[in-house]
Design a protein around this ligand. Structure first.
Ligand code: GLA
Length: 434
């Protein structure tokens, strides 16, 4: 076909215009995609703290328990100590309506979820809810698969501040894709929510979830037991405190402000855990910079449990703004030494006695080594982990965070007695060299 020079230049102009239009369109599209393709940053700069209904109540929840728990969070002083989210776990939902909107169980939650969220907000607390990335939740309630954007909008309208997303009934789904889709749905809904991935560590979320959410489970479900050795096999579906703790080794490099490893919620005050075990569990979770969700009935807490959950000096180790997850630098089998760098060059040290009897220990600050005795008999403690690169460079004051007193300086070894299944939790602060 023949075109005159004038027509040819017109065609050229039109083509240029079209290319420009395409470029603008592409830019807009990529702006759109990046603005949806992100999590809410600035949230969870320290590990989130609160209460979750699952560990104590399982499916037996109703709105009265949630309201009373919100009241108790305030009256016990837990709110002032930093516990801010009240999270309803599985079993609040029962169906979808004809338009696909999620429906709360009208018998257990007659006032509706929005009213509950309002009640919780009025107390200066934040509100969390649970769903599942699969078709059904772990208790066979409707999951969010296929309803991601609709559910995200509903949660935003209800005033949800925190969303836990489980992984049951997700056969055939890809975890990265499913959770990323939910992240985008939440972002598009526009209400900032802490996004808690709960896929039990099956797909190594520590490697990819920092871009997706604010915390991710690293283990199967924590049980209200100290140790369940059989659970070490398989997927760890009934892990006690010890198993969940052991599974954190090496994950410390993946945690930081806005993205935390979650060794699961606290069992402090549940089952037949002893006071020492509760204290050790809580201390170690704080050393790990773990999210702190109490899972007990805080409406009727024994004094000993109250003292543990409310030890502000120990909580401060968890919440330290440097945001470093602590880790084991010495492993003597049944005696272990955990180390957590804190802001201003301070350090938290936790000596953990896994024996079920008390030991006397001597902690040498020069090489961070531990010697231990049972009834004046020196224990044979072969060391299996010895990370010599971690040292105490300056001379510090030492504060015992459970004894709540200064117990000396790092100039001389520390000698202490540690009960069975218990810890010595220390903070090295204020260098005496300066
Ligand atoms: C899974 C989760 C638990 C809890 C239950 C609820 O097992 O890992 O934390 O949310 O589902 O059904």
């Amino acid at each position: 076909m023949y075109h005159s020079p004038g027509t040819a230049s017109k065609i050229l102009k039109n083509t240029k215009n079209q290319i420009m239009k395409n470029i603008v369109l592409l830019c807009l599209l990529s702006i759109c995609m990046t603005s949806h393709g992100q999590k809410f940053d600035k949230l969870a700069q320290t590990p989130p703290m609160g209460w979750n209904s699952w560990n104590k109540f399982n499916c037996d929840i109703h709105e009265q328990i949630i309201r009373e728990t919100a009241d108790a969070l305030v009256s016990t002083g837990m709110k002032d100590a930093g516990y801010e989210y009240i999270v309803i776990d599985d079993c609040w939902q029962i169906d979808r309506d004809s338009l696909g909107f999620i429906v709360a169980d009208p018998v257990k939650f007659p006032s509706g979820i929005k009213a509950l969220a309002d009640y919780i907000h009025a107390k200066g607390l934040k509100f969390g809810l649970y769903t599942c990335a699969g078709r059904k939740t772990c208790q066979n309630r409707p999951g969010s698969r296929g309803y991601e954007f609709q559910d995200a909008l509903t949660y935003a309208r209800w005033g949800v501040d925190f969303l836990k997303v489980d992984w049951c009934n997700s056969e055939g789904q890809n975890a990265v894709e499913s959770y990323t889709l939910l992240r985008d749905a939440l972002h598009q809904a526009g209400r900032p929510m802490v996004f808690n991935l709960c896929e039990w560590g099956l797909n190594k979320p520590w490697e990819w979830a920092a871009k997706v959410g604010h915390m991710w489970r690293t283990t199967g479900d924590i049980r209200e037991n100290w140790d369940i050795p059989d659970a070490k096999e398989g997927k760890c579906w009934a892990g006690g405190i010890i198993i969940n703790l052991d599974m954190q080794q090496g994950l410390e490099v993946f945690a930081g402000p806005g993205h935390w490893n979650d060794p699961d919620m606290l069992q402090v005050g549940n089952g037949d855990l002893t006071e020492s075990e509760n204290r050790a569990h809580f201390s170690l979770w704080c050393m790990l910079a773990a999210p702190l969700f109490s899972g007990n009935d805080i409406r009727q807490m024994p004094e000993s449990v109250n003292r543990i959950l409310l030890n502000r000096e120990v909580i401060a180790i968890d919440q330290d703004s440097l945001g470093k997850q602590g880790f084991k630098i010495k492993d003597y089998g049944q005696i272990e030494l955990f180390y957590k760098p804190l802001k201003n060059g301070e350090t938290a040290i936790c000596v953990f006695n896994r024996y079920n009897y008390p030991v006397k220990i001597e902690l040498s600050w020069q090489n961070l080594s531990v010697t231990a005795w049972k009834n004046n008999q020196k224990l044979d403690l072969p060391v299996t982990i010895d990370r010599k690169e971690f040292k105490i460079e300056n001379r510090y004051q030492i504060r015992d965070l459970w004894g709540k007193e200064v117990i000396g300086t790092t100039e001389i070894p520390t000698i202490a007695e540690i009960g069975g299944h218990d810890v010595l939790m220390l903070k090295l602060y204020k260098s005496i060299d300066q």
